[in-house]
Each structure stands twice: as structure tokens, then as C-alpha cells.
Design a protein around this ligand. Sequence first.
Ligand SMILES: O=C(O)CCC(=O)C(=O)O
Ligand SMILES: [Fe+2]
Length: 278
Amino acid sequence: MSKESVATAVAYNAEKTWDMVDVDKYPIVDRGTPEYKELVKFCRSEMEKTGYCLLQDFVTADALKALADEGEKLAPLAFHNTLTGNAYLTPEDEALDSADPRRMVSTTALGAVAFDQIPETALIHRLYMWDGLLEFVRDALGYEQLHRYADPLGALNIAVMGNGDHLRWHFDQTDFVVSLLLRPSLGGGEYEVYPMTRSEKEENFDRVRAILKGSREGILTLDIKPGCLVLFKGRHSLHRVTPITGEVDRLIALFGYDAKPGVVSSDHLRMIRYGRTG
Ligand SMILES: O=C(O)CCC(=O)C(=O)O
Ligand SMILES: [Fe+2]
């Protein structure tokens, strides 16, 4: 199906974008209310404690169904790639000791639907472009300024993970990721994390090495249900997505932001994620 026909194929009409959000549970439309301030306080304290915040049922059941249908229609447009690398997403450095965790490599395999493949009328596009969501994410993460990522391919993605796809243990190179799980896989696809593995001051290489070698100590599986909005600071917390099993793709929308305006991706990152630079 072409991207133009996706929007019309989804039989759900969110008259206002925030109709998709369960605003009884998450009162983000009016930022002046005590309820909004309470929600922001909750998110900030969760982020402070663990580096992540799970907002279950962020979208309504009807909206979730429509978003999942839409994601399923867009999924065939995904570029699929398998990449080998380390947990730091840095190039191989042969000068390092062979026992250094930066020398330990494994694979990541997933598909990604790029921002320019998602029609402007798509519900997920509308949600991402809604300033109310941007402002809520900014407040919840405690930023003075926050901008949508300016990359024409990377701003909003739908990650499509089929049978066998997985994300290896890694630290993110961005400060945070905001995601909305549209549809889980039948099996696998678990989001595992070792919260606050490292800090600016302490790399904690021994712990990273142990995890990469299979230690399960201290590892949490996040309870991310479809419709859950996840705020996750991945720069310091080692995390992965376990291999998908079964014939149902895991579909997750990834919303990109940056503290600075106009930030775009490198050609190299575009090539490996989308198979093209523009
Ligand atoms: O697919 C996910 O749930 C997480 C994605 C992730 O870790 C990443 O994009 O860096
Ligand atoms: Fe990540």
C-alpha cells in the first residue's frame, strides 16, 4: 500500500489530535492545572530515580487500534538492516585490550519506516506534530527548550521488528528516547535495562562486560504494554530488545527531539538505518 492511501484506510477520526490521548488519565491539554503539574512532578521523579518513566494507556483503546492498523499498513515500507557493533555504537578500536567491553560486538536487526514515508495525515504524524505532546515531553523531562528532531528521515520513525529481529545491548547516543508501543510481538521483544549502568564519572566497564557476557543480575524487564508512552534516558542505562518470536511484527513509534533546533542526522546514520541519505 502506498503511503498516501494509509490515512484514508484507517477508520478512526480524531477530530482534535488530543482525542487520541487519554486526557482523563494524562491531563496534558491544559498545562496550567494542578493535575498537569502533578503529572509532570511524577514523571520527573521517575526519571530521576530510574532514568525512565512508563505512561501506560497513554492513548485511548480506540486510538491505539487505529494507530496499530496504520502502523501495520506502513510497515512494508520499512528498510531492514542487520548491523554488527559494540554497545557504545563506536567504531572498532583495535588499540583497546581484547577484554575491554568496547571490543565486544554483536548484532542488531530491525526495520525502520522513515519520517518522510509517513503521510502528514497519519494519526501518528499528527500526534508527533501536536505542540501539546512536545510541551508535555519538555516539561516531563525538565528541559527549558525542546525541539522536534529536524532530520527529514529520523524525526519520527516506526520501528518494525519481525521474527528474529532484536536490538543488542547498547547505550544510546542521544539523551533520551520517547516511544509509543503500537503492537507487541507474539513472543520476545522484551525491553531489558540495567538502570544507571554508567555515569559521566564512572564507566562501570566491569558491569557492562558482565552483562554482555550474559549476567542477569540487576536486569529489569520493563512492563511496556501497547499504548504505553515511554520516556527513556538511554545514554547511561544499558538496554536491549530481546529477539522477536512469531509472525507478528512488533511496531513501535519513536519520537525524536533535541534541546537544540535544527539538529539532523549524519549521512552514515541515515544509510545504515534507512538505506539512503535523502
Ligand atoms: O524499540 C525499542 O523499544 C527501543 C529502541 C531503542 O533502544 C533505540 O532506538 O535506541
Ligand atoms: Fe536504545
